[in-house]
Design a protein around this ligand. Structure first.
Ligand code: OAD
Length: 248
C-alpha cells in the first residue's frame, strides 16, 4: 500500500498525534458495530430498550443480560491487527493519545496505555442507585452489597454525560495535535464526532480510515476507505518501523 509522500512527511514530522477509534476497529475481531445496515447492533436492537437509564429502571435484568452477552463476546474476541498497530504506534510515535468510543477493552489488551475511554468500559460496573464503593459488588447477581441496589455497566447511555476527565483530556489533545486520525467510526455521535473539527480548526492534518464514507470523508485531508486492520499496520510500518530499520 502506498501513501502520499506529503502525508508520510507530515507524519514523520508530527509531534502530537491523536487517534479516535470507534466500533469499526473491533469489527475484524468479530464484534458488531452499531450502525452497519445488516450487522450493526442498532439494526437488531432498539437503543431505547437497552441503552438508557429509563430502560434499566423498567427492566434491569433484561439490560444486564444484554450487556453480559456483549461482555462475553468482548472477552472471547482477540485484538486484531488494527488494535496492535495503534499500540505499536504509541511506542514509536513521539506523543500519541488514543481516544476510544469503544467499551470492549480490546485496545488495552493490545497493549495501548496512553488512552481515554470516552464511553466507559463494559467490564466495569457501577451501582445504579447511588455512588457506592465498587469493591463491594456482587457481580454474579448484579447487586450492590452496600445498598442492595442493581449494578449497571459502567458505560455511557443515551442522554448521559461523558466522563468529564476523559472528555477534557480528549478535547485538549485534539486542540493541540498536529495529526488527528479518525478510525472506524461513523462520525455521527457527539461529542466524539466533533473532535476532528477541533483538531482541524487548530491546524491539524485530519486522516480518516474507514470501511465506508462518513460525514467526515469529504472534509478530511486524507481519507482511506478500507479495513483498519489492513491500512493501519501498513501505515505504521511505512512511517515508523521502516524508518527505524533505515536508520539502523
Ligand atoms: P458505528 O457503528 O456508528 O460506526 C462504525 C464505523 O466503522 C462505520 O462507519 C463502518 O463503516 C466502519 N467499519 C466497519 N468495519 C470496519 C473496518 N474493518 N475497518 C474500518 N472501519 C470499519 O460505531 P461508532 O462510530 O463507534 O455509543 O458509534 C459511536 C457510538 O454510537 C458508540 O460508541 C455507541 C453507539 O451508540 C454508546 O454506546 C454511548
Amino acid at each position: 500500500m502506498n501513501f502520499p509522500a506529503l502525508l508520510i512527511e507530515q507524519l514523520r514530522r508530527a509531534q502530537n498525534l491523536v487517534a479516535l477509534t470507534g466500533a469499526g476497529i473491533s469489527a475484524e475481531s468479530g464484534l458488531s458495530t452499531f450502525r452497519d445496515a445488516q450487522t450493526g447492533l442498532w439494526s437488531k436492537f432498539r437503543p431505547e430498550e437497552l441503552a438508557t437509564a429509563e430502560a434499566f429502571e423498567r427492566d434491569p435484568k433484561f439490560v444486564q443480560d444484554w450487556y453480559a452477552w456483549r461482555r462475553e463476546n468482548a472477552l472471547e474476541a482477540q485484538p486484531n491487527a488494527g488494535h496492535l498497530a495503534l499500540a505499536e504506534m504509541e511506542k514509536r510515535a513521539p506523543e500519541l493519545l488514543l481516544v476510544t468510543q469503544n467499551v470492549d477493552g480490546l485496545h488495552v489488551r493490545a497493549g495501548s496505555k496512553r488512552m481515554v475511554e470516552l464511553h466507559g468500559n463494559i467490564h466495569r460496573f457501577r451501582c445504579f442507585e447511588s455512588d457506592c464503593p465498587s469493591d463491594n459488588f456482587d457481580i454474579e447477581n448484579g447487586r450492590c452489597r452496600s445498598c442492595g441496589g442493581h449494578l449497571r455497566p459502567d458505560v455511557v447511555w443515551f442522554g448521559e454525560m461523558l466522563p468529564t476527565d476523559a472528555l477534557e483530556t480528549a478535547i485538549t489533545a485534539a486542540e493541540n495535535c498536529d495529526v488527528f486520525f479518525s478510525i472506524g467510526t461513523s462520525s455521527v455521535v457527539y461529542p466524539a464526532a466533533d473532535l476532528w473539527r477541533r483538531a482541524k480548526d487548530n491546524g491539524a492534518t485530519v486522516i480518516e480510515i474507514n470501511k465506508d464514507p462518513t460525514p467526515l470523508t469529504p472534509l478530511a485531508d486524507y481519507s482511506f476507505l478500507g479495513k483498519a486492520g489492513e491500512i493501519l499496520p501498513a501505515l505504521v510500518d511505512q512511517i515508523w518501523i521502516h524508518q527505524t530499520k533505515r536508520a539502523n
